[in-house]
Write a protein that binds this ligand. Structure first.
Ligand code: ADP
Ligand code: GLC
Length: 650
């Protein structure tokens, strides 16, 4: 609020770039909240709890032999739509402001007495006037039983062959997190790594992010004021401040959308009541900022539900503005989170025309609006982060209620598997490690990292032990109830387990319990710690990823690149990136199991142990094979580039 007042005293901005002050000028003073931390706070990673319709995956089968499991409650609460949603039928204008807790006070004042509204004079808005929306397709009837075959990724050789001639394209990435500014999971990694790789492929990339207060000060200090304007939002009757702070780094431009009212809370995600207005604002402001900067991309590439409204805005309110000529791509990183609320509230905050609240677009279950669903309907292309997940999400088991919608749009859906950034993840140069190593000397130096890890975590220092790591958000998605059920059997005297993660209390408590019960052999690091994660990838022998579902998964890729063998469930990207070890041929990258079943996970761990203890020579072969495996972004970025080119053949 203070910021808005200060800004309103500044000279009037027209919403056009001419007024942007000299580059060195610092932004309108950022309120230095005491809570600005040095590290990105990553407590709750599961952004919101929603989708009432989420299907339960197959329940964990209790193996008869499970003894002494720590008390973990039923692992489903994250799926409940628990928010105090305003009554659906009520008039939105009354509802929405009361729904939004934090900004509420100021909001209400303005709402109650609109005449008093600060003479935030009708600044020329960056957003164009509402236009007739494009027609919304009707959802297809539920006829198909099988998912439509997912378009295969283009053959890489072809792409490589034309690499040097790839024409330039400009891409605006729009998403809610990006390493190293703010990261709660793999989305942050992708938003960092993919633009950098695309820049190498002759793309001009701009990443548009919210300017959260939790972005470390070191980066806040590097941002340069790029301009500001005011924008209306939905039916709020207000003009909102949109500041643009810019940071150019390694060929990628980062533009942070500044508005203290929406982004001053510590964590990026809080609850739907706050997050729905926040990301309506962000999606609209991102497009308005592109117009304001007069930087019109060929492609607007949006990520997850937080940017789900961008394709919808692009084809409605922004249709006849300069950015309206861009094509849009929407990438699903995690279908579980969709941004669902009652229609009046989303109408109120988004200001989108009635036509988009149809069953073919945002509307679902006849009463709710689903921001991701709308984006999927309007995007020119939909991608997700592995081929298997692209197939799975068209099934009832993994579709999170959107399977029919996705089957309907399957013609524009494809899977492109994630990679990892070899600059960020490189055991040869990683400054967090006790000893650096590469493919040539992993066998000598990995042991030193194991010992250092055991020392750091207070585990028995013995290189002969088999060390299993788990680095994860502690949520229902990640298969932690399976892990919890078998820990007593895994800890056989020759095995140690290290868990690094934060999340649902029930899992945190369970792992703390095991640490207490098995001092020296079980370590529970209930924290978010990047450097420690690197040391676990390097020091462990194997890494567990037994997920219930996993769109791609990055931890198994990091692990392989550090010579640590993954033990994974065959789902989503885990299935696509980890080939099961074959006892007869010696082929493969890790150990896998298929059904979501604690006994099968235990069996996979035992197969890994058997190879490790009985046949170290072959184990070491797999270590080296995994380190040599190409898990970089190179091939996948080429597939994205190819898709951008397909979309923009002029
Ligand atoms: P998701 O996005 O579903 O959380 P991914 O496997 O795609 O899963 O990405 C997780 C990313 O977050 C990896 O880079 C992993 O190393 C990192 N990570 C997860 N938990 C922690 C933690 N507690 N401390 C440090 N890094 C973590
Ligand atoms: C999501 C998924 C994860 C994926 C990541 C990056 O958070 O849960 O599987 O790797 O996004 O795409």
């Amino acid at each position: 609020m203070a910021r808005e007042k200060a800004n309103s005293q500044k000279k009037k901005m027209t919403g056009k770039k001419a007024e942007a002050p000299a580059v060195e000028q610092k932004a309108a003073p950022v309120k230095e909240t005491a809570s600005v931390k040095e590290t990105v706070p990553v407590k709750e990673t599961a952004p919101v709890k929603e989708t009432a319709s989420v299907k339960e995956a197959a329940p964990v089968k209790e193996t008869a032999s499970v003894k002494e499991a720590a008390p973990v409650k039923e692992a489903a609460p994250e799926e409940k739509k628990e928010e105090a949603a305003p009554a659906k039928e009520a008039a939105p204008a009354k509802k929405a402001p009361s729904a939004r807790k934090k900004a509420a006070a100021g909001e209400k004042e303005k709402k109650a007495a609109p005449a008093k509204k600060k003479a935030a004079p009708a600044k020329k808005k960056a957003a164009p006037v509402e236009e007739k929306p494009v027609l919304v397709e009707e959802a297809a009837p539920a006829v198909e039983e099988q998912p439509a075959p997912v378009e295969e990724a283009p053959v890489v050789e072809e792409v490589i062959a034309v690499e040097s001639n790839l024409p330039r394209r400009s891409i605006a990435f729009i998403g809610s997190e990006c390493h190293p500014f703010v990261k709660t999971g793999g989305l942050g990694d992708v938003m960092y790594a993919l633009p950098r790789e695309l820049a190498r492929l002759n793309c001009d990339v701009r990443v548009i992010l919210p300017r959260y207060a939790c972005i470390p000060q070191e980066y806040q200090d590097k941002m340069v004021y790029r301009g500001e304007f005011y924008m209306d939002l939905g039916k709020t009757g207000r003009n909102y401040y949109v500041g643009i702070m810019e940071y150019i780094w390694d060929g990628v431009v980062y533009d942070f959308i500044d508005n203290q009212e929406f982004f001053s809370v510590g964590n990026p995600y809080t609850n739907l009541v706050d997050d729905i207005p926040k990301y309506c604002f962000f999606s609209k402001a991102a497009l308005a900022a592109l117009n304001y900067m007069n930087w019109i991309p060929d492609i607007v590439h949006c990520h997850d539900w937080q940017a789900g409204l961008v394709p919808v805005y692009l084809r409605t309110l922004f249709k006849d503005s300069p950015v309206g000529r861009a094509k849009s791509v929407l990438t699903i990183h995690n279908l579980r989170f969709q941004g669902v609320y009652n229609i009046p509230t989303i109408q109120y905050w988004s200001g989108l025309p009635n036509e988009v609240f149809e069953m073919g677009a945002l509307k679902q279950n006849w009463v709710d609006a689903n921001m991701l669903k709308g984006g999927l309907a309007y995007a020119d292309r939909i991608t997700t982060v592995s081929g298997t997940y692209a197939w799975e999400i068209q099934t009832r088991e993994y579709g999170e209620g959107l399977e029919e919608h996705l089957r309907y749009h399957s013609g524009k859906l494809r899977g492109i598997v994630n990679g990892i950034d070899y600059g960020m993840w490189n055991p040869e140069t990683d400054s967090a490690l006790a000893e650096n190593y590469g493919l040539g000397n992993v066998l000598e130096h990995k042991m030193a990292n194991k010992l250092a890890l055991q020392r750091e975590l207070g585990l028995e220092e013995d290189t002969g032990k088999f060390v299993i790591g788990l680095i994860s958000r502690l949520t229902n998605q990640k298969g932690l109830d399976l892990v919890n059920a078998i820990i007593p059997q895994v800890l056989d005297g020759n095995t140690q387990v290290v868990v690094l993660g934060t999340g649902d209390k029930q899992y945190e408590d369970a792992f703390r319990y095991y640490e207490g019960a098995h001092k020296g052999t079980f370590s529970a690091c209930i924290q978010y710690d990047e450097a420690r994660a690197h040391r676990i990838y390097a020091g462990a022998d194997a890494l567990l990823v037994p997920s219930r579902f996993e769109p791609c998964g990055l931890t198994q890729l990091n692990a392989m690149h550090y010579g640590t063998l993954p033990i994974v469930r065959e789902t989503g990207g885990l299935k696509d990136t980890v080939e099961p070890y074959n006892d007869f041929t010696g082929d493969g990258n890790g150990f896998t199991f298929d059904r979501y079943d604690a006994g099968l996970l235990l069996d996979a761990i035992n197969r890994a142990k058997t190879l490790y203890f009985n046949n170290r020579y072959h184990w070491d072969e797999v270590v080296q094979r995994d380190m040599a495996k190409d898990v970089s972004w190179e091939n996948s970025a080429k597939q994205y580039k190819q898709m951008y080119l397909e979309l923009t053949q002029w």
